[in-house]
Design a protein around this ligand. Structure first.
Ligand code: FAD
Length: 536
C-alpha cells in the first residue's frame, strides 16, 4: 500500500474524478489502480467561491515497488505507515496488585481500556454516577437550577467531554499514532466511521453517551472493574511510593500503581494531593466569555455560496488577537450549531462551556473568547489558580441573580460600554437562563479591556462578528487545569513513585483526543512497570 497526500479536487466532484486524479498523479495505467481508501479528507476554504477538498489516500497499485522507486523524490508519495496499535507488553504470569485508575473521563477510560486489553484488570474509581443517571443530574441544573456536586457536566462517567461538541482533533505530536487507536476504539463503540478520515471529526453529545457505555462494558468483559460514586479522598504514600487509596466511604484499596486522571475540576483532590506532599505547581490557563452568533452568518462568511454543503457542515472558526495591554485573546472550543451550557461543579458558582449534537443544527454558533493568564496574575502558591477561578465563578453567580442564571451582555453594548436591557435577534441558548446587564465586573479589568479590543478586530476576519445583537455569556474559567502535577520521563509523579498524573487535570492534555492519547501512554508506562516489578 502506498500513501498519496495533498491530492486536491473541487468540492463537487465525482468518484470517477477522484479515481482519474490518482491515476494521473501516480502516472499509472487506470488498470494498475487496484483499490484505494481515503485516509484523511480536509478542505481549503480560503477562496470562498472555489473550495477544494484535500485528500490523503492509501492506494493499492500493481507493481508498487516500481511506482515508489519512480516517484522517490515526490514528498507526497511514499509507503503507507503502519498505524495499527501494538501493545507494549502483556500481563505478568505471576499474581500482581491490580492498577487503580482514578477518574473515568477520556483519559481514565483509555488508560483502563488499554490496561484491560493487556490483561491487567484495572480497578476504575469514578466519583460521579454512570452516564445515564448523570445525564438526569446534569439536566437538573439546566432545567431546574439544582446542582448535584458529585454528578454534573464535570463529574461522572465519560468525564468533562460527555456533554460536549465531541470534537476529536488535537495539535499534539503523535508519532506512534495513538490518536488513531483512540478513534478506532470510538468507531468500534459506535462512532460514525467518518471520524477516521475527516480532518475535524466530531461526534456530539448523544452518540458519546452510548459509546462510553459500550467501552465500559469492554473493560468489564476483559476483567476490569468500573465503580461509580467512589470518590477517592486520600492516597497512601509510604517512603515516597504510593501504596493505595482511601475512598470517601472509608474503604481502602491497595495498589502500587495509581493513575490520577481526575480532570481539571477536582479541586478537593488537588488540595489533598498538595497536602500529602505530591509535587504540584501553578500553571497558566485562560478566562473569558462564551460568544454566540447566528450560525448562518458564520457559514456565509466562511463558505460563501457553498454554505450549507453537506461535506462542509456547519462552519467553525479560529480567531486570535494580541491586545495592546500585552494579553492574547483567542477563540477556544468553538461549537458550530450548538448551545452554551452551565458547567459548574460547585454550588453558587456559574461557569460556561459549549456543546452540540452530531447534526450541529442549532441556530447559534458558540465559542469561548478567552484571555491567557499566568500564575503572575494569581500569586499565592500552587493552588492559587483555584481560588482565582472560584472568585470569578462566584461573582458570575451573583451577577446572574444568584439562581444559576448567567450574566450576559450584547456584544454591541459590551463594546460601547453600556448595559444591555433587551435581547435582539440572537436568542441566547444558555439554560437555565441569562440575566442581561453589564459584564465589566465579571472578570479582571485587563481581561475586559483585551476582549473589548479583540471583538472589533475579529470583525475584520469574520464580518458581523462584532454585530450588536450577538451575545456574550459569562464566565468561562475552566479552559484547562490551573495546576500541573508534574511527572518525569517514566510518567510517574516526580516525587511520588507509582502515582501516574494523567490527562487534563494533571496538565498533560487539553481535549478529548489528547486526554485519550495520554491515557494510552500512561497505561503503557504502568504495564511496563508492573511487568518489571513482577520479574524482580
Ligand atoms: P475529565 O474528562 O475531566 O475526567 C475526570 C474524571 O475524574 C471525572 O469524571 C471526575 O468525576 C473524576 N474524578 C475527579 N476527582 C475524582 C476523585 N477524587 N475520585 C474519583 N473520581 C474523580 N474537548 C474536546 O476535545 N472537544 C470538545 O468538543 C469538548 N467540549 C467540551 C464541552 C464541555 C461542556 C466541557 C466541560 C469540556 C469539553 N471539552 C472538549 C474538554 C474535554 O472534555 C476535556 O479536555 C477532557 O474531558 C479531559 O479528559 P480527562 O479524562 O483528563 O478529565
Amino acid at each position: 500500500m502506498l500513501r498519496l497526500t495533498d491530492l486536491k479536487l473541487p468540492l463537487e466532484h465525482t468518484d470517477e474524478a477522484l479515481h482519474s486524479a490518482i491515476v494521473l498523479r501516480l502516472g499509472i495505467a487506470a488498470s494498475d489502480l487496484l483499490s484505494f481508501n481515503v485516509y484523511k479528507r480536509s478542505y481549503d476554504a480560503r477562496k470562498r467561491g472555489h473550495i477544494l477538498l484535500i485528500y490523503s489516500l492509501d492506494v493499492n497499485v500493481s507493481n508498487e515497488a516500481a511506482v515508489l522507486l519512480r516517484l522517490a523524490n515526490d514528498v507526497h508519495i511514499g509507503p503507507s505507515p503502519d498505524t495499527t496499535y501494538q501493545f507494549v507488553t502483556d500481563a505478568p504470569s505471576e499474581d500482581f496488585l491490580r492498577p487503580i485508575v482514578i477518574g473515568f473521563g477520556p483519559c481514565g477510560l483509555f488508560a483502563a481500556l488499554i490496561l484491560a486489553q493487556m490483561g491487567l484488570k484495572p480497578i476504575v474509581l469514578e466519583r460521579g454516577k454512570a452516564v445515564r443517571e448523570r445525564t438526569k443530574d446534569t439536566w437538573g441544573l439546566w432545567r431546574k437550577r439544582v446542582l448535584e456536586p458529585e454528578s454534573n457536566v464535570q463529574f461522572g462517567e465519560g468525564g468533562a467531554g460527555t456533554f460536549s461538541d465531541g470534537k476529536l482533533y488535537s495539535q499534539i505530536k503523535d508519532p506512534q499514532h495513538h490518536g488513531r487507536k483512540v478513534l478506532t476504539e470510538f468507531v468500534k463503540a459506535g462512532a460514525p466511521a467518518e471520524i477516521l478520515y475527516v480532518s475535524k471529526p466530531h461526534i456530539g453529545t448523544f452518540k458519546l453517551v452510548t459509546m462510553i457505555e459500550q467501552m465500559r462494558q469492554n473493560i468489564i468483559d476483559l476483567g476490569g472493574e468500573v465503580r461509580f460514586n467512589q470518590r477517592v479522598k486520600d492516597l497512601h504514600i509510604e517512603n515516597d511510593q504510593v501504596r493505595g487509596v482511601t475512598l470517601a466511604s472509608g474503604e481502602q484499596i491497595r495498589s502500587d500503581h495509581v493513575v490520577l486522571a481526575i480532570g481539571h475540576s477536582a479541586r478537593d483532590t488537588f488540595k489533598m494531593l498538595h497536602a500529602r506532599g505530591v509535587y504540584v505547581e501553578a500553571k497558566p490557563f485562560s478566562i473569558g466569555f462564551r460568544a454566540e452568533h447566528p450560525q448562518s452568518m458564520i457559514d456565509a462568511c466562511r463558505f460563501g455560496p457553498q454554505a450549507g454543503h453537506p461535506i462542509l457542515g456547519a462552519a467553525d472558526y479560529k480567531l486570535v488577537h494580541h491586545a495592546k495591554n500585552g494579553r492574547s485573546v483567542y477563540s477556544f472550543c468553538m461549537c458550530p450549531g450548538g448551545t452554551v451550557v452551565a458547567s459548574s461543579s460547585e454550588p453558587e458558582m456559574v461557569v460556561t462551556n459549549g456543546m452540540s449534537q452530531y447534526s450541529r443544527n442549532e441556530r447559534n454558533a458558540n465559542s469561548a473568547i478567552v484571555v491567557g493568564i499566568t500564575p503572575e496574575d494569581y500569586p499565592g502558591g500552587p493552588l492559587a489558580g483555584i481560588d482565582f477561578q472560584r472568585q470569578w465563578e462566584s461573582q458570575a453567580y451573583l451577577l446572574g441573580g444568584s439562581n444559576y442564571d448567567a450574566p450576559a451582555q450584547l456584544i454591541g453594548d459590551f463594546i460601547a460600554q453600556r448595559p444591555s436591557s433587551a435581547l435582539g435577534s440572537v436568542e441566547p441558548s444558555y439554560k437555565p437562563g441569562v440575566k442581561l446587564g453589564e459584564l465589566d465586573a465579571s472578570l479582571p479589568e485587563y481581561a475586559i479591556a483585551a476582549i473589548r479590543e479583540a471583538l472589533p478586530a475579529f470583525n475584520k476576519q469574520i464580518r458581523g462578528y462584532a454585530m450588536n445583537d450577538a451575545i456574550l455569556t459569562g464566565v468561562e474559567t475552566r479552559t484547562s487545569s490551573p495546576i500541573r502535577i508534574k511527572r518525569g520521563a517514566d510518567m510517574q509523579s516526580i516525587n511520588t513513585k507509582g502515582l501516574y498524573p494523567a490527562g487534563e487535570g494533571a496538565g498533560y492534555a487539553g481535549g478529548i483526543l489528547s486526554a485519550g492519547v495520554d491515557g494510552i501512554k500512561i497505561a503503557e508506562a504502568v504495564a511496563l512497570s508492573l511487568k518489571a516489578a513482577a520479574a524482580r
